[in-house]
Design a protein around this ligand. Structure first.
Ligand code: LLP
Length: 417
């Protein structure tokens, strides 16, 4: 495995696996920086802010790298808000989306001075208005619009079609904007969309941006002059296998002209684009087995550590760290979890690997650790940040004690109604 394939030094990965054990997530600060800088450069023609989508990978070490580059943050919960603030993100550059923000979350976001609290329904607007009035603080809001734009992606990650639960329906947006403008404590700063994830064709971004500009024109015509930015969301696709990932330049060309012509700043919320290929999951081969005409490679990472293959049928490349010419074979790479759906790869052509050796599962920097669980009572993996030729443990491996924290076998307090 050449360093060029991965962007990681295989010797360093092996050292990490030997020191910390497996499974372990490893991230590269330099690969994250390269992705950020490429997008930042492509957007040079417009006032912009790249608001990293914390849900893709909320590790504080990852957030620190992005914060140092000047990124803002896209969050969906107070848990993510807390992480963003610990990492030092400027609240003004934080965008808070989500269809189900609680009253407590809205209050905390207002108190923190979040730059864009994106409203996703009229009943959420009512809650936000009453919270702002109750605590007597101003709230800076955006409207997340449902632009009714289709994309070609996994059905679970399409979010911009009319029937989706996300955003305010297109034809209600102007009315909602007027309601916001009529509230003395609220200021409408922007319109936002997020049409889905792992988008490989930039045309839907263009269509969506044009629709948002239509709304900007109508909102301005109603006398509202507070709009500052248009947020075109996240979703930029990456190459996991043989997908054609859009270039930052193509993305910029799809959105910058219309947003620029409207005299607005541009926000975007990439998650996967920034971190997916900056991360690998290290896993060790435990056993080999032949069963029912299939060759099995049994490894120590399962669906509890990395769920994308079994949840989305996602293809992630798997490479052994050890070099050398070996015959290829077709194998199922499976984990230790007691489910048939527990696999990292099925019918995959792989060089012959044997017990004890370490494999790297590629493209696991986004929606990897954050979607992991403790199913089957397996402590979650550690997360390691590599910077140049050094690394540090950005999150320790969970312990068995962590898994039972807060539980009790003997009742301590009984309650009645
Ligand atoms: N903004 C909003 C409002 C979002 O809901 C998301 C992702 C993003 C930005 C970032 O999207 P990205 O640039 O990472 O595609 N677990 C799935 C992906 C779910 C994405 C959810 N929302 C997966 O593993 O493919």
């Amino acid at each position: 495995m050449g360093a060029g394939v991965l962007g990681f030094d295989p010797g360093l990965l092996q050292a990490i696996a030997d020191r910390l054990g497996t499974p372990a997530y490893v991230y590269s600060a330099n690969l994250i920086r390269a992705q950020y800088n490429a997008l930042h450069d492509a957007l040079h023609g417009i006032r912009h802010r790249i608001c990293y989508s914390v849900k893709a990978n909320g590790n504080l070490g990852v957030l620190r790298v992005l914060k140092q580059l000047g990124a803002g943050a896209d969050i969906v919960s107070v848990g993510e808000l807390r992480r963003a603030r610990i990492a030092g993100f400027d609240p003004d550059g934080i965008v808070f989306s989500g269809v189900g923000k609680t009253t407590a979350e809205i209050e905390e976001a207002i108190r923190a001075g979040v730059g864009f609290i994106n409203i996703e329904s009229t009943s959420e607007l009512a809650t936000l208005t009453s919270v702002a009035n109750e605590i007597k603080l101003p709230a800076r809001v955006g409207i997340r619009v449902n632009p009714d734009v289709a994309i070609d992606s996994h059905p679970y990650t399409k979010t911009g079609e009319k029937t989706a639960k996300f955003g305010i329906p297109f034809d209600e947006v102007v009315t909602v904007a007027k309601r916001i403008a009529a509230e003395p404590r609220l200021v409408l700063r922007g319109l936002a969309m997020h049409i889905g994830s792992q988008i490989t064709d930039v045309a839907p971004y263009h269509r969506g941006a044009i629709k948002l500009i239509e709304l900007v024109t109508a909102i301005r015509a109603s006398g509202i002059t507070t709009l500052e930015a248009l947020d075109v969301g996240g979703g930029l696709g990456v190459r996991y296998h043989n997908e054609k990932a859009p270039t930052p330049k193509a993305f910029a060309e799809a959105v910058v002209p219309s947003v620029g012509a409207a005299g607005l700043g541009l926000l975007c919320e990439p998650g996967r684009y920034l971190v997916a290929n900056a991360g690998v999951l290290l896993t060790r081969v435990l056993y080999r087995k032949h069963a029912g005409g299939k060759e099995y490679v049994i490894v120590d990472a399962g669906m509890s550590d990395f769920v994308r293959p079994s949840h989305y049928n996602a293809h992630h490349e798997i490479l052994p760290l050890r070099d050398g010419k070996r015959p290829e074979e077709v194998v199922n790479v499976v984990g230790p979890i007691c489910e048939t759906g527990d696999f990292l790869a099925l019918d995959r052509k792989l060089v012959a690997v044997g017990p004890g050796e370490v494999l790297a599962v590629l493209g696991t920097g986004a929606y990897g650790f954050v979607m992991s669980s403790t199913y089957n009572q397996r402590p979650r993996a550690p997360e390691v940040m590599v910077d140049g030729d050094r690394y540090y443990v950005a999150r320790q491996r969970e312990t068995l004690d962590d898994l039972i924290r807060g539980e009790t076998a003997e009742p301590t307090t009984w309650y009645k109604a």
